[in-house]
Design a protein around this ligand. Sequence first.
Ligand SMILES: [Fe+2]
Length: 156
Amino acid sequence: MKMNIGLSEKNRKTVSAALAQLLADEVALYIATRGAHWNVVGPNFGPLHSFFESQYEALDDILDDVAERMRALGAPAPASVGAYAKAKSIDDGAGNEAGAAKMIESLLKAHEAIIRNLRKYADLADDAEDSASEDFLVSLIEQHEKMAWMLRAHLQ
Ligand SMILES: [Fe+2]
């Protein structure tokens, strides 16, 4: 059945394309954070292992919401490693870095890259008159900024 939610197909597709890009980056960051959880070593292993777990759990919720927002706009949600690898824009090597500080710094940079992208995507949703996606994307800025703060605090 044809969708009739007051948004043109063109605008829904524009926002969905941004969400697909975001989904790839959220998945990439989720896996990188799991990698940090798995591979971290050193005297702070216990707290860092748990800290990374709390962060990848938050990212799991976020990426699910992004995919389901795409579905609500009528777009299919990409769901293969190949599609994510092609679409991702962030550097996702954090889980393979040697040393906790380097892992944390890499994760922080990835969050900051996603935050910068989110600002553009929220403007794009605004231009497409999709206020619900704009609101959702702005809420993700806040969540990523909070996670970035927690990472940054480890480096000070
Ligand atoms: Fe685990």
